[in-house]
Ligand binder design. Structure first.
Ligand code: 1CP
Length: 382
C-alpha cells in the first residue's frame, strides 16, 4: 500500500488567512478528505462517520493505540527517550503504523505527545518514564510566559516529514493529527509536571487573569499551528485533547478554558477536516465543549453515548466510549459492553468507536485486535 510522497506541502501556514485553498492534487487536502495516489481518505468509514454519513462498518481506533501495550513499540523505543522518539521521523512513521498493521483499526494517530511542540520550540521539558511531562521552569508569572517560545514553522519540519511518511504508507486509511488543549497544556506548565488537583493551575487562573490570558493565548496559537502543520502534511482529521478540563466547573470552563480551545479550532477551521474534541470526566461540560467549533465530540466512559447526544449539537458525531479497564474483564463481559456502546452510538448521526480514554499500558493487544474485529461485525443500524 505504499504510495508516492505527497507533493511538497508547506510545513506550516503562517496564519489561517494565508492558508492555501483546498485542492485535489495528490497530497493536498481535498474538501472532504485526503487525496493520495491510492485514492482519497474521504470515503473511509471514519471520515463518513465524522460527517454523519452512512458507513459500511462502525469505524474504530483507540486513543494511545501506539504505545506500551505493543511489544514491537517497546522494542523500537528501547534506549530512546520519549520526546527524542517523537522528533525522529523514521521512528514516528514506524510506531504510528504499528497498531494499524496489528489491529486493522480504521485510523492512525500520529505518534507524538501534547507537549511535543513546546519541546520542539525550545522549552526545557522532558517526559519522565512512568511519570509524564516535567518542565524545568514552571510558569508562575508573566516573565515565565514571556520566556516561552513562540510558534516557528521551521521548528516543525520533522513533524511534516513524519506525517508525509505515515500517509504515504496508509493509503486510504486516515491519519488523525492531534494537539493538547490550552487548559491541559497549561496544567503541566504551571504545576511543573502531572498533578491530580491542579491547585496551582487554578490559583493562577483565578488570581492572575492577565498572566492566564497571556499563557492561554500563546498555547492556543502553538496548538492551532501544530494542528495546521499536521493537516498541511497529510492528516485527514484532528483531535484536541483537553484531558483535564473535566476538573473545572462549567462556569470556570466557560470563562477560563473554552475561549482558548475555540481559538485552536478556529486556526484550522478553513482546512475542512473533521475536528474532534475530547476530555476525561467531561459529562458536566460536554454541552460547552460541543460549542468549540467541532464536528465530533469525544466522550469518556462515564456518559452513555445516547445520553451524550442530548447534551451536544444534533449534527455532531460522537466518538467513544468503552471503559479502557474492560479489556481486563472476561471476553463475554467486554463483548456485551462493546455491543451496548455501538447501539448507544446509533443515537448520533455518526459514531466512531473508541475507548473512553487511552489504552492502558498493561492491555493485552490481542484483546484490542479481537475488539476491532467484533465492532466491525456489528450492525451499523437497527
Ligand atoms: O515512554 C513512554 O512510552 C511514555 C508514555 C507516553 C506515550 C506512549 C507518553 C507520556 N506519551 C505518549 C504518546 C502519546 N501522548 C500519544 C500517542 C499517540 C497514540 O494515541 O497512539 C498521545 C495521543 C498522547 C497525548 C497525551 N499526552 C495526552 C492526552 C491524551 C490523554 O491520555 O489524556 C496527555 C495528557 C499527555 C501527557 C502525558 N504524556 C505521557 C504521559 C504518561 C502523560 C500523562 C501524564 C499525567 O498523568 O498527567
Amino acid at each position: 500500500m505504499t504510495v508516492p510522497s505527497p507533493a511538497a506541502p508547506s510545513p506550516a501556514a503562517p496564519s489561517p488567512a494565508a492558508a492555501s485553498p483546498a485542492a485535489s492534487a495528490p497530497g493536498a487536502t481535498s474538501p472532504r478528505g485526503r487525496q493520495t495516489a491510492a485514492g482519497s481518505t474521504a470515503q473511509s468509514d471514519l471520515m463518513r462517520a465524522a460527517r454523519g454519513e452512512p458507513v459500511e462498518r462502525t469505524p474504530v481506533w483507540f486513543m494511545r493505540q501506539a504505545g506500551r501495550s505493543l511489544p514491537e513499540y517497546r522494542e523500537v523505543r528501547s534506549g530512546v527517550a520519549m520526546l527524542d522518539a517523537c522528533m525522529r521521523p523514521d521512528l514516528v512513521v514506524e510506531i504510528t503504523l504499528q497498531p494499524v498493521r496489528r489491529h486493522g483499526v480504521d485510523a492512525a494517530i500520529l505518534f507524538s505527545d501534547i507537549v511535543l511542540p513546546l519541546k520542539a520550540l525550545g522549552a526545557d521539558l522532558s517526559i519522565e518514564p512512568g511519570v509524564g511531562p516535567v518542565i524545568a521552569r514552571p510558569v508562575r508569572a508573566m516573565a515565565d510566559v514571556e520566556a516561552l517560545p513562540a510558534f516557528e514553522p521551521e521548528a516543525m519540519t520533522f513533524v511534516a516529514e513524519a506525517v508525509q511518511g505515515v500517509v504515504a504508507e496508509l493509503g486510504v486509511t486516515p491519519l488523525v493529527g492531534f494537539a493538547g488543549a490550552p487548559y491541559t497544556l497549561a496544567s503541566y506548565l504551571i504545576e511543573g509536571g502531572p498533578s491530580k488537583e491542579h491547585a496551582k493551575t487554578k490559583a493562577l487562573m483565578r488570581g492572575a487573569p492577565d498572566v492566564w490570558h497571556a499563557l492561554m493565548t500563546r498555547l492556543a496559537d502553538i496548538s492551532g499551528q501544530f494542528l495546521r502543520v499536521q493537516v498541511d502534511a497529510g492528516a485527514s482529521a484532528v483531535q484536541l485533547f483537553d484531558s483535564w478540563a473535566g476538573g473545572l466547573s462549567p462556569a470556570d470552563y466557560r470563562t477560563h478554558a473554552l475561549p482558548y480551545s475555540k481559538m485552536v479550532f478556529a486556526i484550522v477551521a478553513d482546512l475542512d477536516v473533521p475536528r474532534i474534541h475530547f476530555g476525561v470526566a467531561t459529562g458536566e461540560i460536554l454541552a460547552d465543549m460541543a460549542t468549540a467549533g467541532v464536528e465530533v465530540m469525544g466522550v469518556d466512559w462515564r456518559v452513555p453515548l445516547d445520553v451524550a447526544v442530548t447534551r451536544i449539537d444534533a449534527s455532531q458525531a460522537v466518538q467513544g466510549n468503552l471503559d479502557p479497564t474492560l479489556v481486563f474483564a472476561p471476553w463475554d463481559v467486554l463483548e456485551a459492553r462493546a455491543r451496548e456502546v455501538v447501539v448507544a452510538g446509533r443515537a448520533a448521526p455518526g459514531h466512531i468507536f473508541n475507548l473512553g480514554h487511552g489504552v492502558l499500558p498493561d492491555t493485552d493487544p490481542d484483546v484490542l485486535t479481537r475488539l476491532v474485529e467484533l465492532v466491525h461485525t456489528l450492525p451499523v443500524a437497527d
